[in-house]
Design a protein around this ligand. Structure first.
Ligand code: ATP
Length: 238
């Protein structure tokens, strides 16, 4: 399987503050890769660097075989990368359906349409005309993911899906991952909950203070290793 995305020695930050240090990362077609780490470890900064929301001039980021560092966010989106952001960022005055349709205005044609997204999350059909922000937190999360899917991304970035949601809702949402993967998209999921991250991902990276402190196949890792990687030394489980 070929890599959808690869970074080599990615550095990023805010002004004089460096938040990421030499991050080497790759994800192949059809893979679900979790990115975990403590608050402030750099997970969101990493996603922002990939999407072009944070300037990464001169960095080494390859997306579907082409360098993308320094491209504006809308061009990277058009190439097939979509972000479901932390906090969901839905348009409050728009209905569920209108929020979903907005996702289709960038990106490409493909498997994901209003119909297939509603097949994935049937509640979104029922709530089509309801203002998005009147939905429950879990339903809003489904809209945010659905909106990202509407652009038919080759790479879907999920930032903190589980934030503020009950475990049973989180499980329902992550149950959509196999179908998303079958549609051909690779998925990077930022997740605070280690157990969830380990159980739904193929591989995992742990960031600690901006550096990769652990990487490996999720099935080969255990909680003790991961806990150490949150605060401890760099390790690589091949
Ligand atoms: P969380 O789980 O809290 O979202 P995170 O792993 O996503 O954490 P980031 O949000 O990427 O971490 O933050 C990494 C570092 O960059 C932190 O030290 C944070 O304070 C800093 N940082 C994040 N955003 C900004 C910003 N806009 N300006 C300055 N520093 C920032």
């Amino acid at each position: 399987m070929s890599d959808v995305l690869q970074t080599r020695k990615l550095n990023a930050g805010y002004g004089d503050f460096q938040a990421l240090f030499d991050v080497d990362f790759e994800i192949a077609e059809g893979e679900v890769v979790a990115l975990v780490g403590a608050n402030g470890a750099g997970k969101t900064t990493f996603l922002r660097s990939l999407t072009g929301l944070l300037a990464t001039q001169g960095q080494d980021i390859t997306f579907q075989g082409a360098p993308i560092a320094g491209l504006p966010a809308f061009r990277i989106a058009r190439l097939g990368m979509a972000l479901s952001p932390e906090g969901r960022r839905l348009f409050p005055s728009l209905s569920v359906e209108e929020n979903l349709l907005l996702g289709a205005t960038v990106g490409r044609n493909g498997y994901w349409t209003l119909d297939t997204v509603r097949g994935l999350f049937p509640i979104l059909r029922e709530k089509a005309a309801v203002p998005a922000t009147l939905l429950s937190g879990g339903q809003q999360q489904m809209v945010a993911i659905g909106r990202a899917l509407m652009s038919n991304p080759a790479l879907l970035l999920l930032d903190e899906v589980s934030l503020g949601l009950a475990p049973v809702i989180v499980r329902d949402i992550y149950a959509a991952l196999p179908q998303i993967r079958d549609s051909g998209a690779a998925v990077i999921m930022v997740e605070q909950d280690i157990g969830t991250a380990m159980s739904v991902s193929d591989r995992l990276y742990c960031l600690q203070e901006g550096r990769v402190s652990l990487t490996g196949r999720s099935a080969d890792l255990d909680r003790a290793m991961l806990s150490a990687a949150y605060f401890g030394k760099t390790r690589d489980v091949a």
